[in-house]
Design a protein. Structure first.
Length: 433
């Protein structure tokens, strides 16, 4: 979104460019033709997204210049870690000290973090995760936009408010022109550099229609495109990659096969994992994770979910709470407290791949107004804003009362930018060289 800094290309080696941001070097993969040393570009998720004119870049950079270093200082201050063995529980001190040195924790140690009950101990756990976030990613934070293009769904996931269980829901399917218009607005008016296109599993769009939409967005409105259309088949994934999609958002929901079967009676975990593995092999960035608080789910299950996300080489971990929807078979369950979900994000930061981003989901924000801030201070470094046209948003009701449901894009951007600035975060979403 508008919270983005252009970088200057310093070096080109095959498809990899080195980009300079006020003296800091980052690497990005380039698929655009005609990129030369000295050009100014925007990059997201490791990809060069677009080139901009030197005059435009310099205007933007002059605004950022001072802020860039001020933000780094704020972040450094907020992520400082002082573990003290005098007034910390000995066992916890040992675990967090080891984690802060990026040493591997045992399963038992990881589980003990997930099961912490005492507030000050949980605080220390979150601070350690925040320290590691700063260590691996500095103050970078990425912000994606999501367009929910259809709420039709042929699946019967027991928890989901747009599944076929919800007979009364008004269904919508955006036409190609409406989707292109929403993408245009997100990219050209609001400056988003990456877009997620999401829908229920909707056979109402053919793969050809979806590829055409992705192709046209890529041609007209440069952005990194993630797809999230459910289990569209390996061939579908291939066609969409060829059309220009570069990321797949698909949660495996739970790594426990019995629980998976219980909550998705007509689906199989194997098929879901097959999509994720094949997509990674094709070159897609993988955004995946699961639901926290499913009925019957244990801490062991959640730890296994984190290991699975790591094994799947997730570029971004997407873990959020299950929130009961009244029109589903799981309507009578209770959601977990927000803090339990933040523990999972913090644990992902401690045990996950160092380069992985960790997303604050809207479902988590729905549980608590403070959740975005608290998560960003506990290891998370990624946000997703809803850029679906306002008139459709109430109908994409995967769970009730979604956070930001009726906020227009500029209001969401305003509050996000002010939150990120208050925490010293900047939008240089690339790996350091
Ligand atoms: N609560 C929270 N998240 C949900 N999702 C579906 N239903 C719910 C719910 N009731 C999530 C699923 C899916 C994503 C698009 O939405 O994890 O992968």
């Amino acid at each position: 979104m508008c919270y983005a800094i252009p970088g200057k290309v310093e070096k080109i080696e095959n498809n990899t460019v080195t980009v300079d941001y006020f003296g800091e070097k980052r690497k990005a993969h380039n698929e655009l033709s005609r990129i030369a040393i000295g050009d100014y570009i925007y990059a997201q998720g490791g990809f060069v997204v677009s080139k901009i004119s030197p005059s435009e870049a310099q205007t933007i950079l002059s605004v950022w210049k001072e802020t860039f270093f001020q933000l780094q200082e704020v972040d450094l201050k907020l992520s400082r870690l002082q573990l003290n063995d005098k007034n910390t529980d000995k066992k916890l001190f040992g675990i967090l000290d080891k984690a802060s040195q990026s040493r591997e924790l045992s399963r038992q140690e990881l589980l003990s973090l997930l099961e912490l009950k005492d507030k000050p101990k949980i605080e220390l756990f979150f601070k350690t995760a925040n320290f590691l976030r700063q260590k691996y990613h500095k103050n970078s934070c990425c912000v994606h936009g999501i367009i929910e293009i259809s709420n039709y769904c042929c699946r019967g996931c027991q928890y989901c408010g747009i599944s076929y269980h919800n007979k009364k829901l008004k269904r919508y399917r955006m036409a190609k022109d409406e989707i292109l218009q929403a993408a245009k607005e997100a990219v050209e008016v609001y400056g988003f550099k990456s877009l997620v296109l999401q829908s229920g599993e909707d056979p109402g769009y053919s793969i050809e229609e979806l590829t055409d939409i992705v192709k046209q967005i890529k041609e007209k409105f440069p952005a990194l495109i993630f797809i999230s259309f459910g289990e569209i088949g390996v061939e579908g994934l291939e066609k969409l990659y060829q059309a220009g999609a570069r990321g797949l958002l698909m949660r495996f929901e739970t790594s426990n096969p019995q629980l998976y079967q219980k909550v998705h009676p007509e689906m199989s975990l194997e098929n879901r994992l097959l999509h994720l593995r094949k997509a990674y092999a094709m070159g897609y960035l993988i955004l995946t994770g699961g639901l926290i608080g499913l009925p019957g789910q244990s801490s062991e299950d959640i730890l296994n979910d984190l290991f699975l996300a790591k094994e799947l080489r997730a570029e971004m971990y997407s873990f959020g709470p299950f929130i009961p929807h009244p029109a589903t078979p799981f309507s009578n369950h209770k959601p977990v407290p927000a803090e339990e979900v933040i523990k999972v994000l913090a644990l992902a930061r401690i045990m996950g791949d160092n380069n992985a981003k960790i997303l604050v989901t809207s479902a988590l924000e729905t549980l608590s107004r403070e959740a975005a801030k608290n998560s960003l201070l506990a290891g998370a470094n990624s946000l997703m804003l809803n850029v679906t046209p306002l008139s459709y948003r109430p109908f994409y009701s995967i769970y009730p009362d979604r956070a930001h449901q009726s906020e227009d894009i500029s209001a969401q951007i305003e509050s996000t930018v002010s939150l990120l600035r208050s925490l010293g975060r900047a939008p240089t979403d690339l790996e350091a060289v």
